[in-house]
Design a protein around this ligand. Structure first.
Ligand code: A3P
Length: 321
């Protein structure tokens, strides 16, 4: 809300005042270098930029909201930490902890000018963000630290976002819900937290072509279509490929099963658990987990409108969403 802006320090308020601002999704968004940010996230990301020091062994999970972040974080954790946490362990952290706790967002770690005490472990530390590439700390951009990027078809992404935002609005009972048509118009203009996804995805797509060892580009639809090969890509990219022995022992299948929508959404922590910063019930991260659910929400003219926007933005890039 407007009140939140007042909490910011003077320097950040001066930055905000110079940025394009929109009242949207029952909040205010600010456009910074082509991407719309929530002010608290932008402040935290600028602070991250200043204070986070990446190590070459770090892995940073970057996504657009509602692209399947919760799932990717669980997979990356399970894959990269499997020497420490055996995937078949009934006490595996994934089974008791929401993956957003295991792979924390810079946006929340660095909130309120807090400099977190980061582990100094030699093995891969895992972080995440929805930030555009420009806002990433220099040490992330310039070390051999790895970025795993995930995006999703815009029509499904929009439907998922609309549901999620309405759940968030419903938790604050003073705000009316957001009608689908209103949300859709904003989405087509790219006005939503960390949007437009076509700018976000295009930036990381180009980087993945220029620097394939640094940026791995994934799509939700490919992950759903052939989870095994995408998991292998993640493992190889992260420097911990599955051995033939692991493959024959079924470790990949165990990872898939442990991180499946069915399994994660039925865990006690994800049915009844909450996070405090930001306040959100874990169950809100799990809705349907399907490809193509947009068909139940978008009219033919909406589909045409969004397809045209995306086609125009991505034309000639080689990227399809
Ligand atoms: P839907 O709303 O289409 O169901 P994020 O994690 O980035 O917030 O994205 C949430 C979306 O990912 C939701 O999509 C959610 O249901 C889906 N999701 C969550 N866990 C998943 C899993 N293990 N496998 C596949 N999809 C998952």
């Amino acid at each position: 809300s407007q009140g939140e802006v007042v909490q910011f320090g003077n320097e950040f308020q001066r930055i905000l005042q110079c940025l394009p601002k929109e009242s949207a999704w029952r909040t205010f968004l600010y456009k910074y270098q082509g991407i719309w940010y929530y002010p608290k996230s932008l402040e935290a990301l600028l602070f991250t930029q200043e204070h986070f020091q990446a190590k070459a062994t770090d892995v940073v999970v970057v996504t657009t909201p509602k692209a399947g972040t919760t799932w990717l974080k669980a997979l990356v954790f399970a894959i990269t930490k499997r020497n420490r946490y055996v995937v078949s362990d009934p006490n595996h952290p994934i089974l008791t902890t929401n993956s957003h706790e295991l792979v924390p967002f810079f946006e929340f770690m660095y909130r309120h000018n807090n400099i977190p005490d980061l582990p100094n472990q030699p093995c891969s530390r895992l972080f995440s963000t929805h930030s555009g590439f420009n806002l990433l700390p220099d040490s992330v951009k310039n070390t051999s630290c790895r970025i795993i990027y995930l995006c999703r078809n815009p029509k499904d992404n929009f439907v998922s976002l609309w549901h999620f935002m309405n759940k968030a609005v419903a938790e604050c009972d003073t705000e009316p819900l957001i009608p689908l048509e209103e949300a859709f118009e904003l989405y087509c203009k790219g006005i939503h937290g960390f949007g437009p996804i076509w700018n976000h995805a295009l930036e990381y797509w180009k980087l993945s072509l220029q620097r394939p060892d640094q940026v791995l580009f994934l799509k939700y639809e490919d992950m759903m279509g052939d989870t095994t090969s995408q998991i292998k890509r993640i493992a190889e990219f992260s420097g911990c490929p599955f051995s033939l022995k692991e493959e024959s022992e079924g470790v990949i299948d165990q990872v898939i099963k442990m991180c499946s929508f069915e399994n994660l959404s039925n865990l006690e922590v994800n049915k009844n658990g909450k996070r405090v910063v930001p306040f959100i019930e874990n169950k809100n991260y799990f809705r349907k987990g399907e490809v193509g659910d947009w068909i139940n929400y978008l009219s033919p003219s909406m589909v045409e409108q969004l397809d045209q926007v995306v086609e125009k933005k991505l034309h000639g890039s080689g990227l399809t969403l």
